[in-house]
Design a protein around this ligand. Structure first.
Ligand code: COA
Length: 504
């Protein structure tokens, strides 16, 4: 497709300029909405040009130039990385996974507001975050009437376009032109008390438009790009991931036998990473057919499942593919077009829909405690890793919430199962299943004391199991409360020991 045919609106073609010229239009101190979700569909040129501008200002000793950046979720080094490196980000939300960003957050140089991904648009509509001055949005094309063909993620773009006073569009010709028609942008959302039911009863339902509406008068610049999304290669599943996948698959088979899951399971939500990908591979190798996914991101494993017929439909807000995954998608897009729906994230992650559809939520954890509280975000209670992402949207509202992790981290120095988590993202009330390579703890219907036995015996690494059981038994007989026994003076001593001695 020629660049002219990507920008089919004559009036907006006149606003084409370089990324550097567009970056000059961004003033310091403002709130900027940017597209991007899990390394897909983020602007690839303007953030870099802005970072370069800031670098020069910093070198000239000018006052700090900083903006606040709101996105869909994580982006890429070309956005988060470059802007964090020049200390150009005042505040970031709602999710990131960039090492430089993480450093700035954990050294106190950047504020970070970690929000459930389904809730970000509500925050913005309600004015909790202040005014959005400008948005920078990547699209796959602009139609004759100025409406936009979304690219490889939808994320919060609908909200940003509605909320921002001014808009810079990046039209990326590297994005497959056949993405057109795959999106479903819903314009029926409202703030309470005016909300109506969202009429999705199956992941394949379409309720919106394939395009983003965009008031042309807001568009102050159009920048042409041709760069691929950040895409991280997947490692082949290792022994640990394979064992975790095996435990989950055995669990699914048992639940089907018991009549608690249909043979097509229920719509799957799967976090990104090697363990979720191993679970998807396991599902694909099994007897399953016509499964569905109601999730945030389409990863490599889901493409394979769609191709083989294991998966009939996948609803998400973004792709998150490896380079091979992108090639597979681009080469066979006609096969995938009708089976994939990309929605805005306030719909892909909507609690009402996760509950109605009965999603099976599978997400990673940093640590779980012996009662089933989960920490997904903080290392040793204080240092941010990535953020809660959509895990809370799906875990609290799904039919099953499954949390997965190797039983140890850092070559066995850290136990993923601890007496008390050093930060809580998902409470014991939201956590139904915990799985490590050691085994699976089914916590449904168990009291805290029963949970402790199930988690320690099934999930903890044998090196840590005796110490965990010893803690639990001493807490139980300490003369304190026996509902959720704890030794408060010792509950976080495992973390302190790791920080002071390098070993839990
Ligand atoms: N203490 C300290 N570090 C720990 C740890 C612990 N208890 N558990 C894991 N880590 C470290 C690992 O060592 C690894 O560090 P490295 O990158 O320096 O090697 C890193 O955390 C990632 O761990 P890994 O085992 O490779 O798991 P992962 O890539 O699957 O990530 C989470 C696990 C929890 C960080 C990740 O799933 C996450 O960010 N979750 C929250 C958001 C979410 O669930 N999103 C999906 C919803 S759609």
């Amino acid at each position: 497709m020629s660049s002219e045919s990507r920008i089919r609106c004559a009036a907006l073609r006149e606003r084409v300029m370089s990324a550097e010229a567009a970056a000059e239009l961004i003033p310091a101190g403002i709130n900027v909405g940017m597209s991007g979700f899990t390394g897909a569909g983020y602007p690839k040129a303007v953030p870099g040009a802005l970072a370069e501008r800031i670098r020069k200002l910093n070198a000239a000793g000018e006052p700090p130039f900083r903006i606040s950046i709101w996105t869909g979720a994580s982006t890429a080094p070309e956005l988060d990385g470059v802007l964090a490196e020049v200390d150009g980000i005042e505040m970031r939300l709602p999710f990131q996974s960039d090492p430089i960003c993480r450093d700035r957050i954990n050294t106190g140089k950047m504020d970070y507001v970690d929000i459930h991904l389904s809730e970000v648009s509500q925050y913005a509509w309600s004015g909790f975050l202040g005014k959005m001055d400008l948005a920078v949005i990547e699209v796959a094309g602009i139609r004759e009437d100025g409406s936009l063909i979304p690219s490889s993620s939808v994320g919060n773009n609908k909200t940003w376009i509605e909320q921002a006073d001014k808009i810079i569009l990046e039209v990326n010709s590297k994005q497959n032109a056949k993405l057109e028609g795959m999106h479903d942008v819903y314009y029926g959302t409202a703030l309470p008390p005016n909300r109506k039911p969202i009429m999705i009863t199956d992941p394949s339902d379409r309720i919106g438009e394939p395009y983003l509406a965009c008031p042309m008068e807001k568009v102050i610049a159009v920048v042409e790009t041709s760069a691929a999304d950040r895409n991280t290669p997947f490692k082949a599943p290792d022994e640990t991931s394979r064992k975790i996948a095996e435990h989950i698959l055995n669990f699914f088979h048992r639940e089907i036998e018991l009549g608690r899951l249909p043979k097509e399971l229920l719509p799957i939500q799967s976090g990104v990473g090697n363990i979720p990908n191993a679970v998807l591979e396991g599902l694909d190798a099994g007897p399953f057919k016509n499964l569905t996914a109601f999730t945030e991101v389409i990863q490599d494993g889901m493409l394979k499942m769609l191709k083989s017929g294991t998966l009939a439909t996948a609803s998400a807000t973004a792709f998150s593919l490896s380079p091979e995954g992108i090639a597979e998608f681009d080469n066979n897009i006609d096969l995938y077009r009708d089976k994939i729906i990309l929605r805005q994230q306030d719909i892909s992650n909507h609690p009402e829909l996760a509950r109605r559809l009965g999603v099976i939520a599978m997400n990673g954890l940093i640590e779980a405690d012996i009662y089933g509280n989960i920490n997904s975000t903080h290392v040793m209670g204080t240092r941010m890793m990535n953020g809660i992402g959509g895990s809370g949207d799906f875990a609290r509202n799904g039919y099953l919430s499954i949390f997965v992790s190797p039983s140890t981290a850092k070559d066995g120095a850290i136990s993923a199962i601890v007496p008390m988590v050093s930060h809580v993202d998902h409470t014991e009330h939201d956590v139904k299943i915990v799985v490590t390579e050691q085994g699976l703890a089914d916590l449904r219907g168990l009291s805290p004391r029963q949970r402790a036995h199930e988690i320690i015996n099934n999930c903890a690494h044998p090196d840590f199991r005796p110490a965990l059981m010893d803690y639990y038994e001493r807490a139980l007989h300490s003369g304190r409360g026996m509902h959720t026994p704890h030794l408060l003076e010792e509950a976080l001593s495992w973390h302190v020991r790791y920080e002071t001695q390098g070993q839990m």
